[in-house]
Structures are given as C-alpha cells and as structure tokens.
Write a protein that binds this ligand. Structure first.
Ligand SMILES: [Zn+2]
Ligand SMILES: [Zn+2]
Length: 307
C-alpha cells in the first residue's frame, strides 16, 4: 500500500529514439493568463535540456511530467529577466534534497549561455548561498549538486553528449548583446530555437531543412493598432517590438530555410485560445510559408521520431 502523499507522478517517459520538444512557456515579460514566461524543454538521449528558464519553469516542468529533477543542463539565449528569473527556483528544486521516484541532481548544474551568463546567473547563485549552505550542513543535501559549472560561448558547438548536439549561433536582439539561438540535433532530427531576435539570416542558415523551428513572433498589425489606440504609450508598445520578429518575417525565414514545421512563441500580444483569434494572429503567413504553422501554447509537446 503506497503512502498517501503526493509522489513525483505522473512522470512523462523520455522515450528512447524520440526527440521531444515541450513548450513550457510561450509568453513575454508581461503577465498574461495562459502564457507562462519563456522556457523550452528538449528531451532526448535520456536527458532533459532546458532552454531559458522563465519564472514559471519549475511549475511547468511539473505540469509537463518531466519534473525539475531531470534537468542538469540549462542553456540561456540571453539575459532579459523573462528568460532567467526562474533559475534560483530550478536550481534548488532540481537538487537532491529529498527521496523520490526521480532522484534529484547529485552533480553540478551545467549552465551555458552568452557572455555575461556567469556574471548574471552567478548573482542568483550568490543570493542562494545562505540557503545552499544550510541544506548541505543541516539537510545533508548532496554537496556535489550544490555547484554550478559555467560554459560561456557565443557560437559553435556547446554540448555533445549521448548523441545530442547543441550549437549556439548569434542573433540580433540589441540592445541585448550578445543574444543566441540554438540548433539541437539528435539522430538526424533538427530543431532550432530562435531566442528573442530580429529576423536573422543566421537563424535561416541554422534552420536549413529543420524538422522544427521555434521562432519568436509578434503581430505587427495588432501592435500598430494598440499603439494608435494608446498614443501616450505608443513608444512603449512599439520599441520592444523592434528587436523581435513579425509573424510574416518568421514565415519568410521558415520558407527560406525550407523547414517542416514552424512554431510561433513569445507572442506579442498573446492571441486568445480560439481558432478565430489564432487565424487572425497568423494572417498572411501561409501565403509566404508552405509548411506547417502552429501557434505555440504552453505545454505543447512535439515528438520527433528518429531513425
Ligand atoms: Zn523575452
Ligand atoms: Zn528578450
């Protein structure tokens, strides 16, 4: 008879031979219902890689069934707060601090990202030092799991383990600099995460014939209307959009790269969860891109079968 407390279940299997991509958050710095802060989990080769770590990440990892304990490798695209504020919670929640069906991390967390990652994530880590010390000394949490290894690299191969390869490439999100996109490869399948960026040839080049392109997007027409309805806030509405990609520009990149499937995320603004709203949000895209288009939603999962 099992104990009547909540176990680490349900737990989504990380199936051998699948490259699984789970959208943990499809939102932005603004708080919207139904659109968590940005993060993408990639499960392949028996491991779960996390790309960005918005403030809802731990809760979304639990909701997805992946569980935070499975995460040892965290890749940052850039250091806007919507992409990194969940890190302190993830660091502790993934650590071996209790018994459970899925054991926690008993090794250092590995953190990858652009220049400044060590400085910024290191400050989060410093803020946890008091708590970490207590856990090691009193709770007897695994001391080896209390550490972080940093890997700062702005382009090229950053991870190669169990047949999973991750390549970073530069994108343009100025004034945030540097900012990265990532290509993930596993047994012949290819997934690209654009990060926050203007439309970039580097994204199209790395996404060449990719199975999945997850691209940030905003609807230019909707934003123009919002700005004209709120003239005193127009600059605050339109300026951030300048370092993102419109829905139509994302379609152009997907067409140029000949990707199989384009998934939009980081929606500005977030379309309502109705087919009418989604159709309006992606208006004009199918005239540009002939492949599959999906309006990404929190906890959507894409399973790519490998050879
Ligand atoms: Zn963002
Ligand atoms: Zn950003």
């Amino acid at each position: 008879m099992p104990h009547p407390f909540i176990q680490d279940t349900p737990i989504a299997p990380v199936a051998e031979g699948l490259l699984s991509v789970i959208l943990l958050g499809t939102g932005t710095p603004r708080a919207y219902p139904g659109a968590a802060k940005p993060a993408v989990a990639v499960a392949a080769g028996g491991q779960v890689l996390l790309f960005d770590c918005g403030s809802d990440t731990v809760r979304q990892l639990i909701s997805s069934g992946l569980m935070p304990q499975r995460v040892r490798d965290v890749f940052f695209t850039h250091h806007h707060y919507d992409h990194n504020a969940g890190f302190p919670d993830l660091f502790i929640s993934s650590w071996r601090t209790h018994v459970g069906v899925i054991p926690g991390r008993s090794q250092a967390m590995r953190v990858y990202g652009p220049t400044r990652t060590r400085e910024i994530i290191g400050k989060f880590y410093d803020a946890l030092a008091y708590d970490i010390g207590l856990r090691v000394a009193y709770n007897k949490s695994d001391a080896a799991g209390a550490d972080i290894e940093f890997f700062e690299k702005n382009s090229g191969l950053v991870f190669d383990q169990n047949s999973v390869r991750v390549t970073a490439f530069a994108v343009d999100h100025r004034p945030v600099e540097p900012a990265l996109g990532y290509l993930i490869e596993y047994r012949g399948k290819r997934v690209v995460i654009s990060g926050d960026t203007r439309p970039m040839p580097s994204t199209a080049a790395h996404a060449r014939e990719a199975d999945l392109l997850i691209h940030d997007a905003y609807n230019e027409l909707w934003l123009t209307e919002i700005a004209s309805e709120n003239p005193d806030q127009a600059i605050q509405v339109t300026n951030p959009a300048k370092y993102h990609t419109t829905t139509l520009e994302a379609a152009k990149i997907a067409q140029e790269a000949q990707v199989q499937h384009l998934v939009l995320t980081h929606h500005i603004p977030v379309p309502q969860a109705t087919s009418e709203a989604e159709t309006a949000y992606i208006t004009g895209m199918s005239e540009i891109f002939s492949g599959r288009i999906t309006v990404g939603r929190d906890l959507m999962r894409f399973d790519l079968e490998t050879n």
